[in-house]
Design a protein around this ligand. Structure first.
Ligand code: MLY
Length: 281
């Protein structure tokens, strides 16, 4: 069982500030997840947001749902919060004069859609209306400041939520930088994105929080030098000043840094361990 990451030590050591909860389009009391596996609902097709499609819950983590559009493949799953306005109970679309659409990349002939729809919903487990929670209002505006800490969905690995830092803030957008990773995962998003959360959100919801990467500003690397170099001079997210290459193997602990916790390797000394490990060394 992976140990979920705990911010406490990191925040104390770095003296970083957390983005206040009012910055986020998230409820102060995270909603319960009353969905179940294989339940069906209506969802906007993320690749074609003007269509409403049928989706199936294929995974749940905390208040998040992993969704797969019926008639689509399993390569385009996406995640939504239970209080997202992108998801609705079955029947909502029709009630509002709309028509359910096949997803982009529907794997059958378009003409078979009506029959497919009928079969899909027949005997299906339908997500109950109460499971859908109303979306929180937009924050007053973009109140994020550079250097503030937050928790953010890794959009390349969207099941993961990771410690991150506001790298830039411009107009209605912020640049999310993942702590301890170099560039490759960072992204710009709107201040009202549903993919960003206040520090402590994962703990409060039971969602797994990925530990920061091992590059730069990470709790795994503790500064032991007595010099007064303040940790606030470390680039936010550890990758702010670096190029878009990861993982960074050049950033191994130097004399000034102590890796903690260290890796403990158990070797059976009676073992002939091959060319790389020799019991005589
Ligand atoms: N398997 C991937 C996971 C990377 C996750 C990066 N996030 C946390 C910013 C890898 O090791 O590259």
């Amino acid at each position: 069982i992976p140990v979920t990451y705990d911010w406490d030590v990191y925040l104390k050591e770095s003296g970083a500030t957390c983005a206040p909860p009012e910055c986020f389009k998230q409820t102060s009391n995270p909603p319960p997840n009353e969905f179940g596996l294989w339940m069906k609902l209506e969802a906007l097709d993320p690749r074609n947001v003007t269509s409403t499609c049928i989706a199936t819950v294929v995974g749940l983590i905390g208040p998040r749902l992993r969704l797969r559009l019926d008639g689509s493949d399993n390569k385009n799953d996406f995640w939504r919060l239970v209080d997202s306005s992108d998801i609705r109970p079955i029947g909502h679309c029709e009630k509002n004069g709309g028509m359910l659409q096949p997803p982009l990349g529907f794997r059958m002939n378009a003409s078979s859609w009506p029959m497919f729809l009928l079969r899909t919903l027949n005997n299906a487990s339908i997500a109950p209306t109460q499971a859908f929670k109303s979306e929180p209002p937009d924050p007053r505006g973009n109140e994020f400041k550079v250097g503030m800490k937050l928790e953010a969905v890794d959009r390349k690995n969207p099941h993961l939520i990771c410690p991150a830092t506001v790298g830039q803030a411009k107009d209605n957008t912020i640049f999310v930088q993942f702590d301890g990773w170099r560039g490759a995962f960072d992204y710009w998003c709107e201040y009202n994105s549903r993919d960003i959360f206040p520090v402590g959100w994962c703990k409060a919801t039971g969602h797994y929080l990925q530990p920061p990467g091992k590059t730069g500003a990470s709790t795994k690397v503790r500064r032991v030098s007595s010099s007064s170099t303040s940790s606030s001079q470390m680039s936010p997210g550890g990758g702010a000043l670096s190029t878009k290459v990861e993982p960074d193997t050049s950033c191994l602990p130097s004399a000034e840094l102590v890796a903690e916790p260290s890796v403990l390797v158990h070797l059976n000394s009676s073992c002939v361990s091959g060319p790389y490990l020799s019991p005589h060394k």
